[in-house]
Design a protein around this ligand. Structure first.
Ligand code: FAD
Length: 398
């Protein structure tokens, strides 16, 4: 059974701290808090002179009055090296529609980074930005970020919290949800709200059972409703610097984290172009074969794009994993996605179907890729792609 602290009874005497073999008790705002490291070993139960530590059943769902205390949609605005990540703007686009449907404000939370970055969030759709510029939040740290976001949520009580399903969001949002006894749906590809009969439930859609079905999940009795969303799935709003909004400076008392960032070492990628930022992607599947990837690279270079791949091509060892598009690869949203010799399995489609224009080349007219294609070419890639390359070169030579 979970172990918790009754905040009303706790006097902040700290006598429980040494009892925990997992370092799962921390002091927050003068009160003990049992964090997500707790293994329910019960070693702390007898240590509190006030009897403030006790075992409990799983927290009961919130009643209507408690649910009504939570209002507003929040977006966690991830920043790296002081610059807001594109996924934050995408989430503000999605959050704006949810907030408008719920008739509430849309807020962003920015941990670290500058006030100019906070202002940029308003230009992208936020009504308010909760900005905490504490130096300890400059670099991502699971513990500090989880503590900071959880305490801001406890203070302001938003009903919905969205974050990117990036390595950062995937790492610390589960801790936030555990601290708050809230539901979390990871890797969503669609968001909506259920407003029937006075409900205000977030409908969170994500692939399930290996991507064979899309499941829609709601957490009706829990607040906030937390969802992570893959980058490049939602569309950002156009930047509008005339928008006005409020920047709330948040001062937080954060307990010292157990780990600290000593150095940031960047991986040097083979290709200068990041697949997720490419405007044009030429992707190859099993139908292209190993030798076909050279012509896809030539076409991608001509178009100023990058080469992607299906999992089948990656599994064959024809191209490294970092090029894989799909459920277990990258989600991409280029202006043009050219799928060559790719059948269009659902696990591939979830990673590329929001591309602006999809061109599919496949010799099988029944291939499922044609169901999402803007333009479909039924033919052999070894005839179609060289013909495209030739035409582009001819057009450029004129
Ligand atoms: P195939 O399905 O074998 O299709 C090859 C296509 O090429 C066929 O349609 C054929 O008609 C066409 N073709 C053959 N020769 C030619 C030619 N000369 N000219 C034109 N067309 C030709 N897959 C992903 O892509 N990304 C993922 O992230 C991913 N994650 C997965 C996660 C799980 C849990 C599971 C179970 C599967 C996942 N898969 C993923 C695999 C996915 O189910 C498919 O097996 C895979 O996408 C198939 O790749 P393909 O389309 O290249 O190959």
């Amino acid at each position: 059974m979970p172990v918790i602290v009754n905040k009303e009874k706790c006097t902040g005497c700290e006598s429980c701290l040494a009892s925990c073999p997992f370092d799962a008790i921390e002091m927050t705002e003068g009160r003990a808090l049992i964090n997500e490291y707790c293994q329910s070993c019960r070693a702390c139960l007898e240590t509190c002179p006030e009897g403030a530590i006790f075992e409990t059943e799983d927290e009961a769902p919130k009643d209507e009055a408690q649910l009504a205390e939570y209002r507003g949609v929040w977006v966690f605005a991830e920043q790296r090296e002081g610059k807001v990540a594109p996924v934050a703007y995408e989430l503000l686009g999605a959050g704006r529609s949810l907030a408008d449907a719920l008739r509430v404000e849309l807020s962003a939370v920015l941990l670290g980074a500058s006030e100019a970055q906070a202002r940029g969030l308003i230009s992208h759709g936020a009504d308010r930005v909760h900005h905490c510029a504490d130096p300890s939040l400059e670099h991502f740290n699971d513990e500090s970020y989880a503590g900071a976001l959880a305490s801001l949520i406890e203070k302001h009580k938003p009903e919905v919290v969205l974050a990117g399903a990036t390595p950062i969001g995937r790492s610390f949002l589960p801790r936030v949800a555990a601290r708050l006894w809230a539901g979390l749906t990871a890797d969503c590809t669609g968001l909506d709200v259920d407003l029937e009969d006075g409900r205000r439930d977030l409908l969170q859609t994500r692939p399930a059972f290996g991507g064979n079905i899309m499941a829609t999940i709601a957490c009706p009795g829990r607040r906030p409703q937390i969802a992570t969303v893959r980058p490049r799935v939602m569309k950002p709003l156009p930047r509008d610097d005339s928008r006005s909004g409020e920047i709330v400076k948040e001062e937080l008392v954060l307990p010292p984290a157990r780990t600290s960032v000593l150095e940031v070492v960047k991986e040097v990628a083979e290709s200068a172009v990041n697949l997720q930022e490419a405007e044009v992607i030429v992707s190859g599947g099993r139908g292209v074969g190993q030798k076909g990837f050279a012509m896809l690279k030539e076409l991608a270079d001509l178009l100023g794009g990058s080469v992607g791949a299906s999992r089948a091509a990656v599994d064959e060892g024809w191209i490294p994993y970092r090029h894989q598009v799909g459920q277990t690869g990258k989600t991409v949203c280029p202006r043009i996605y050219i799928a060559c010799g790719i059948s269009g399995a659902v696990q591939h489609l979830v990673g590329m179907q929001s591309s602006d224009i999809i061109i599919a080349v496949n010799k099988n007219p029944e291939a499922p890729i044609f169901t999402v294609a803007t333009y479909g070419i039924v033919g052999d890639v070894f005839e179609v792609v060289p013909a495209l390359i030739k035409k582009i070169k001819e057009a450029r030579a004129q």
